[in-house]
Design a protein around this ligand. Sequence first.
Ligand code: MN
Ligand code: MN
Length: 305
Amino acid sequence: MDEEVISKYLKAGDIAWRVKQFLYSYIKPGMKLLELANTTENMIRELGGEPAFPINISINSIAAHKTPLLDEVDSAITEDDVVKIDIGVHVDGYIADTAITLCYNDKLNNLVEASKEALEKSLKVINEGVRFSAVGKVIEETAKKYGFKPIRNLGGHSLDRYVIHAGDVIPNYGDVMQLGKFRRGMAYAIEPFISTGNGYVVEGSEVSIYALSKTKFKGLTTQEAHVVNYILSRFKTLPFCERWFSELGFSLNNLRILLNSLKLKNMLREYPVLIESLPKAYISQFEETVLITSKEVIITTNPTF
Ligand code: MN
Ligand code: MN
C-alpha cells in the first residue's frame, strides 16, 4: 500500500471523524431527518470528501439501510429514540465507514454502552494475522455480559477502492467456521450491532438506497441512459439515494418512475431496510475503519484510539 493510498484513507477518516464530532452536538430530539441527512452529507463535501453511501439514519428496531426519502418531510427524531448514524466518506474511492449511536432513552444506555465497549475491545485485538473470529468472540462476549445479543447476520467487512463490501466478513459472534485473518495492506470496517431482540435482522419492504448493478447497458431510453451516466460519473458502483439527483431537475414522481424502470431492467441493486426480527426490539451500533499498513494498525476514523 503506497503512501498516497494511505494518505487518502487517512483524509477520508479525518473527515468522517470531524463530521461525527459535529453530529454529537448537532443532533437533538425534534430534528427532521431530511435536514440531518442533507446537512451531514454537505459537510462531508465541504471538507473535501464525497459521501461513500447515503447517510443511514436507523432508529430503534431498524438496523441499517434507511436514508430519508425526498417526501419524508415530517420524519423526525423523537424523545426515547435510539438513533444509529452511519456515514461513509471517500477520497478518490478510498473509504472511511463509521457509525455512532445516540440514545435519548435512559433505560437503553446499557445497550449503547455494550456496542461501544465491544468495538473498543475488538479494535485492541486487531493486528496482522489475527483471525476475524477473534473479533467476533470479543463482540459476542461483550454483548452477553450486558445481557444482550449481537446481530449474527450483520458484520464487519474489508474495504477496497470504490467497494464497501470487498469480500471478507468479520463476524459479530465467535464464528469457529470463519478462518479468515487480518492482512497487511488492507482496510476493514468493524461494526458490532447489539440488540435487545433476537440478534437477527430481516429485510423490510422499504427501499431508500440503491446501487448500479452493471456498468454496461443497452436497451435504455434516452432519459434512462442519462440517469445511468449520471450515476456512473458521480457514484460509480457505490450506493446512492433519490436525494442525490436534485441537479437533474426531475420531479420526484418522474425520478421514481425512472429508478423503477431501471430496476425492472436489472440495472439497479436495491438495499431493503434491515429490521430486527423481533418487533419493538432496540439495536445499537458503533463502527470504525481500521487500516493495516506495513508499519502499524491505524483507526482512520478515530484519532483517540
Ligand atoms: Mn457503516
Ligand atoms: Mn460498514
